[in-house]
Design a protein around this ligand. Structure first.
Ligand SMILES: Nc1nc2c(ncn2[C@@H]2O[C@H](COP(=O)(O)OP(=O)(O)OP(=O)(O)O)[C@@H](O)[C@H]2O)c(=O)[nH]1
Ligand SMILES: [Mg+2]
Length: 305
């Protein structure tokens, strides 16, 4: 667990200049005045927590402050922490139990350039280190270099990749990858898909088809939506559309290291009730941490290094 905290903290600390450091600084003051509440509100909104979510958090914190007669800034900070943790604790959708002999399928979806392929390499490494046999499917047949990018990662991390020619039917890649998983006895299959704008209906329909091919195979499937934290509030619109098309089960939030706007995690959890599963905190293979609401909030408030 210590390791997980360190990994979360490392990622959060990389966004120190912005939201995360300033929010911790507010509470290093001995007294919380009316103006502090205003500052806090502004900070949360500009950090992409969003107006609705900020309103909800602050209303709840004020209620706690009143009911529990909190006066010390450390007490108010703890009330805010508790509220933030609560907000981030979205219960994952119940998955169909995974029969012992079946394969876990993870379908990675998202708009262009969010970090899908890189995050697949990170995830594959996580599963491999846990002793799972992982197989990757290069179902991004749209961009000519996409399969090569995945293959390069595969070679680097020692995981096989199933690929077709550019322009091939992505559904066929999924089918072949799952067939290969069966014959090679892989138990985790991660499918890369082409980046697509959530507003392009034909591309969203294609994604539905890809999912259908995998679902025919079996029901234990996670659909991870990869959202780039730096895109801010647009992430919410992405999450809405991709959920409509593919029933997203969780979010992989990337580039948290490169943004002062990490507050988007709160907006996503509050407004969409989709759990954040992982955070990406850099470009390297180990810049990944499974998301833990409690640790994440503690990392935000822990002392700057
Ligand atoms: N700083 C930072 N960069 C990241 C992170 N994850 C991915 N990247 C970078 O984001 C860029 C795009 O990554 P890809 O994995 O190719 O993104 P993609 O979603 O597969 O892109 P398309 O397939 O073109 O849609 C690369 O330069 C990655 O190194 C992260 O957590 N932090
Ligand atoms: Mg890609």
């Amino acid at each position: 667990m210590a390791d997980l905290f360190e990994r979360t903290e490392r990622g959060v600390k990389r966004s120190r200049e912005g939201f995360f450091s300033r929010i911790a600084d507010l509470f290093s003051r001995s007294k919380i005045e009316d103006s502090t509440w205003d500052e806090l509100e502004e900070l949360l909104i500009t950090a992409d927590v969003g107006v609705e979510t900020t309103d909800r958090v602050l209303t709840e914190v004020r209620k706690r402050v009143k009911n529990e007669k909190l006066v010390e800034s450390s007490q108010i900070r703890d009330a805010l922490k508790a509220e933030m943790k609560l907000l981030l604790s979205v219960v994952p959708k119940t998955m169909v139990a995974n029969p012992a002999d079946s394969v876990k399928i993870i379908l990675m979806v998202g708009v262009n350039g969010t970090g899908k392929t890189t995050s697949i390499a990170k995830l594959a490494t996580e599963y491999k280190n846990r002793g799972e046999k992982v197989l990757l499917g290069a179902a991004d047949t749209f961009r000519a270099a996409a399969a090569d990018q995945l293959k390069t990662w595969g070679e680097r991390i020692g995981v096989d990749v199933i690929a077709h020619q550019p322009g091939a039917d992505p559904g066929a890649v999924v089918f072949d990858t799952l067939e290969a998983a069966r014959s090679r006895q892989a138990n985790v299959v991660i499918i890369d898909t082409a980046g697509r704008l959530q507003t392009k209906h034909n591309l969203m329909d294609e994604l539905k088809k890809i999912k259908k091919v995998a679902a025919k195979y079996q029901t234990d499937m996670e659909v991870l939506l990869v959202i780039d934290a730096t895109t801010g509030q647009n992430g919410l619109s992405q999450a809405r559309s991709f959920t409509e098309a593919t029933d997203v089960t969780g979010i992989f939030l990337t580039k948290l290291d490169g943004t002062a706007k990490g507050g988007i995690v709160f907006a996503i959890c509050n407004e969409l009730q989709i759990p954040i599963e992982y955070i990406g905190t850099g470009e390297k293979i180990d810049d990944i941490a499974p998301f833990d609401a409690g640790l994440f909030v503690e990392a935000i408030f822990s002392k700057a290094v």
